[in-house]
Design a protein around this ligand. Structure first.
Ligand SMILES: [Zn+2]
Length: 414
């Protein structure tokens, strides 16, 4: 393949999947607008028209914003690649450092910093305009900036040694470098999963053991009924940043814990909390967490192997606007253009995730009353202003959870 041919393939793929994304988003907007006037029949006793319309407006606002940020990202991607942005940064770094490893790390870090800086206005708009307009934003500009600084420091502490190690292995390990890099990546990820609950998450939120004794007794009973051992039940001060509520499991092995957002506990009854927890337990019981980790690792192995092939060609670099090939630039270019070429994995991964959600719902329905989970879901949809009427095609492409109507019908059939 020649560099020019690859440039055309890249542009054509980018154009096709951007058009597909815009088309899906337009469908989604039209579907929501067409169903805005009335609450779907299955929910008419549980959800007020005003809440339904708020969900429609909120979802539409977010979808329009996603369309805009997608166009922005295309401009950014083309500026870094075809317009020579990466090449320019690489040349500047070659002037600053002598060692190739230092040049490589600096180039990648500067490109990543530049793109987060350029994306910053979009993120600020999402939090302080869209989320605020619908009453969800609880964060202050001060807290937002503190979070950003903490995130940056954390990325530097964890990311710089990893990046240097990866580039070193790519240079030194010959043909099979991708296997060594993959092993490092796997160990790094497992380590992060392990330290996340106890070291990383507490940097951003406060976790207090669940104080409510009656609730604790119920939950302990459910856990022992399901044969589940955990290092504790915690309440997280999610309300510090956002009014959205959730519950999740985190860590594995000895650090495994269950976390409830304070916003969720305030809203759900004891039975409903138990049902939500049973759903989360279902994900563990059906080994979804392990399966998801295994798939991610398998995909990263395939991607690294592919990168190993691509970086030996000239067209990969030149076709993407880089005239002086280096290991670091191969890594950077690859992960920048990967989303463009792996676009069609989206619907597959979403479908796989929805399959898991049904299985977890089945498990919850076998351990608690299905009606409790239904009621909890309705409250969560309402509180998060999640639309009840997504476009079916849009939903099947993107949604990790089945649409409300389908999911609740499935539970009611249990
Ligand atoms: Zn789930």
């Amino acid at each position: 393949m020649t560099a020019t041919e690859f440039t055309y393939i890249f542009i054509a793929t980018l154009a096709l999947n951007s058009l597909a994304k815009l088309w899906l988003a337009r469908r989604h907007l039209a579907h929501i607008a067409a169903h805005r006037a009335a609450v779907p029949e299955a929910f008419c006793e549980k959800i007020q028209l005003a809440d339904h319309q708020k969900a429609a407006d909120y979802t539409s606002a977010k979808t329009r914003f996603t369309m805009f940020s997608m166009l922005f990202d295309i401009v950014l991607l083309l500026s870094f690649t075809l317009a020579g942005g990466i090449q320019f940064v690489a040349e500047v770094c070659q002037g600053w450092f002598n060692a190739p490893l230092a040049q490589g790390v600096a180039t990648i870090v500067i490109v990543l910093l530049l793109s987060s800086l350029l994306e910053a206005p979009l993120n600020l708009y999402r939090t302080f305009v869209i989320e605020a307009r619908f009453g969800f934003n609880k964060t202050t500009l001060r807290l937002y900036l503190i979070d950003a600084v903490k995130g940056l420091l954390l990325a530097a502490i964890l990311g710089l040694p990893l990046l240097s190690g990866v580039l070193w292995l790519m240079e030194r390990m010959g043909t099979y470098w991708w296997l060594y890099v993959w092993l490092v990546w796997v160990v790094f990820n497992l380590l992060i999963l392990f330290i996340y609950p106890t070291f990383i998450a507490p940097l951003f939120n406060k976790f207090t053991p669940l104080q409510d004794e009656a609730m604790e007794a119920r939950i302990e009973a459910l856990l022992s009924r399901c044969g589940f051992a955990t290092q504790g039940l915690f309440v997280m001060d999610g309300s510090k940043r956002s009014a959205h509520g959730n519950a999740y499991f985190t860590g594995f092995g000895k650090t495994k814990r269950i976390v409830f957002f304070d916003t969720l506990l305030e809203r759900l009854s004891g039975n409903e909390v138990e049902a939500v927890l049973a759903h989360e337990l279902g994900h563990f019981k059906r080994r979804h967490v392990m399966k998801r980790i295994a798939i991610t690792f398998a995909m990263s192995l395939a991607f690294l192997w592919l990168l190993g092939l691509l970086m030996q060609t000239g067209w990969f670099y030149q076709g993407l606007g880089v005239t002086t090939p280096t290991t670091a630039l191969a890594l950077l270019l690859f992960f920048m253009v990967l989303p463009t070429f792996s676009f069609l994995l989206h619907p597959l991964l979403s479908a796989y995730s929805r399959k898991h959600e049904f299985e977890a719902d089945n498990y919850a329905a076998s351990q608690t009353a299905p009606a409790d989970l239904v009621n909890a879901l309705v409250k969560m949809y309402q509180d998060n202003a999640a639309t009840l009427t997504p476009d079916p095609l849009y939903s099947s492409f993107y949604d990790s959870h089945p649409p409300a109507v389908v999911r609740i019908a499935h539970l009611q059939a249990q």
